[in-house]
Design a protein around this ligand. Sequence first.
Ligand code: TXA
Ligand code: MG
Length: 333
Amino acid sequence: MNPLEQALKILDEGGVVGMPTETVYGLAARIDREAGLKAIFATKQRPFFDPLIVHVASIAQARTLTTGWSPLTEALAQAFWPGPLTMVLPKTPAVSSLITSGLTTVGLRCPSHPVARQLIEDAGQPLAAPSANLFGRTSPTTAEHVKREFDGKVFVLEGGPSSVGIESTIVSVSDQGDLRLLRPGSITREEITRVLQNQQTSFRWIEQIEKIEKIMAPGQMKHHYMPQRPLILTRGPMRDGDLLQRIRSRLEDLPEEVEGVRLLKPQKVERVSWIALPNDPVLAARQLYQALREAGESSADVLALVWPLERREGAWLAVWDRLRKAASLDLEH
Ligand code: TXA
Ligand code: MG
């Protein structure tokens, strides 16, 4: 049996497999296998209130899962699928509430990675797949990351390193044409706006307010994507001694947990490992999780990264969002 056949067999029997995508690797199960869906949550140690994204092979398949396909969703799909855009739309009964955490909406994405596309097509069913990491931890961008995350207990399809490197942009689309950015990704709000304006499709962005965000975007916890060791952000370069001193003076203020997710705290504050990322947002996204993983495996007590103010919006927004959530402490706050 070749790896693809093996993966299909596991999925058919109600199991989970590691699936490469262009964003990050996913932990996939068929949406018509309840055992597989439950195995996703058990394997990741993920709480049931955090909904899963459903991966489809085509627009036609997406349309079987939502009652909300409109000229606006069609325009978005035509422009950005296959690719790193997830649309949150009203679900049909075909989508189990296990997938949506009881919500009436479902997140749909058509990935562009050839191995993912082949797997979904051959399964003949959409595949639910969260990122293939333990809950709250850094997402995997190679097959090796997934194997190690689950101690070799998950079968993983090889697909090379993920080219985008961070999770898809998530946008909720209402029947009235309202768009909400639930999670920034490599497809920016500016890019979506430009494409829709060019096509003269009507839409409007609704700004998130904290309260709505909680209801509409479960799973977007403040702390997420955490590496093995505490990550500290600074606004500008600092000498190691100064940095360590600043961290020590802030240790007492750090909470044990944030929104139910345990915060990583340094045991000692003696050695720091500085992380550097490329000066280009596309390359920085591609390397981010690998860099966090590698630094997390070093023997340093804390990881540190200089993150200037101007890298917090536009094309940098998605990388900043992940860093902010991965960090145990931002020295500017
Ligand atoms: O790039 C990606 O999107 C990757 C790859 C594997 O496709 N998947 C991914 O899944 O990042 P995950 O489970 O790590 O993130 C899914 C997030 C949830 O935490 C939640 O915030 C949001 O998607 N989500 C899913 N369904 C939703 C819904 N119906 N309403 C609001 N948010 C939803
Ligand atoms: Mg995830």
